[in-house]
Design a binder for this molecule. Structure first.
Ligand SMILES: [Zn+2]
Length: 211
């Protein structure tokens, strides 16, 4: 499940042509600009550097309810931990951060939004779409906290510590930041660390890298 990617700098292409297909299912019908992460997360006046990707009307509109849920789910977050560095101990959240997702949060819906954000950001950064068969796996403190110390130690040393050495990109002050790494050998293999509200982190792995 956990993929031991080493610390490498991502290969990012500049000046990517957005193309003319929906990045989610490659439909060319009724293209819109889809905000990743959802525009609803950002209070007005919204920052000028929000990321949009081409998406068909169907994909964009079908995500609206999940986006709204995600934007308001912050109310269901609970303050469970002090702000700590992401060092796994029995008392700290595996990914760090100051807020834990509460039991009342619908993780299925939250994860759907996170997966879409990563698909969108990956296209924004590299010009590449993830195919429908390429896995995108999401982890958060609420689920990782149930892992054993061996798994958490591996997660920290092989994934978290390396990716935290990479520069974070920020959208909105204290609203969203992300770091990412791509395998130089397999463009489908990547690792993403997303942080919402400066406190709610998600780790996302893509591709079928060796466990
Ligand atoms: Zn679409």
């Amino acid at each position: 499940m956990y993929r031991p990617f080493g610390p490498r700098w991502p290969q990012v292409r500049a000046d990517v042509n957005p193309g003319a297909l929906c990045i989610y299912y490659e439909s060319a019908a009724g293209l819109t600009r889809d905000h990743v992460p959802p525009k609803a997360l950002f209070p007005k006046p919204r920052p000028g550097n929000l990321v949009t990707v081409p998406a068909c009307f169907r994909c964009n509109s079908s995500a609206g309810l999940d986006d709204d849920y995600f934007a308001t789910a912050r109310r269901a977050f609970q303050t469970a931990y002090p702000l700590v560095p992401p060092v796994p101990t029995a008392a700290s959240p595996p990914l760090g951060g100051g807020l834990q997702l509460g039991d009342a949060v619908d993780l299925t819906r939250v994860y759907r939004v996170v997966v879409r954000v990563v698909r969108g950001l990956n296209f924004h950064e590299t010009g590449r779409r993830f195919g429908p068969g390429e896995p995108v796996d999401v982890f958060c403190n609420a689920t990782l906290s149930r892992s054993g110390p061996g798994v958490l130690g591996h997660l920290h040393s092989e994934i978290l510590a390396p990716i935290l050495t990479l520069p974070a990109k920020q959208l909105g002050t204290g609203v969203f930041e992300y770091r990412f790494w791509h395998s130089p050998d397999d463009p489908s293999c990547s690792v993403w660390l997303l942080t919402f509200h400066a406190a709610v982190p998600f780790l996302v792995t893509t591709g079928t890298g060796a466990a």
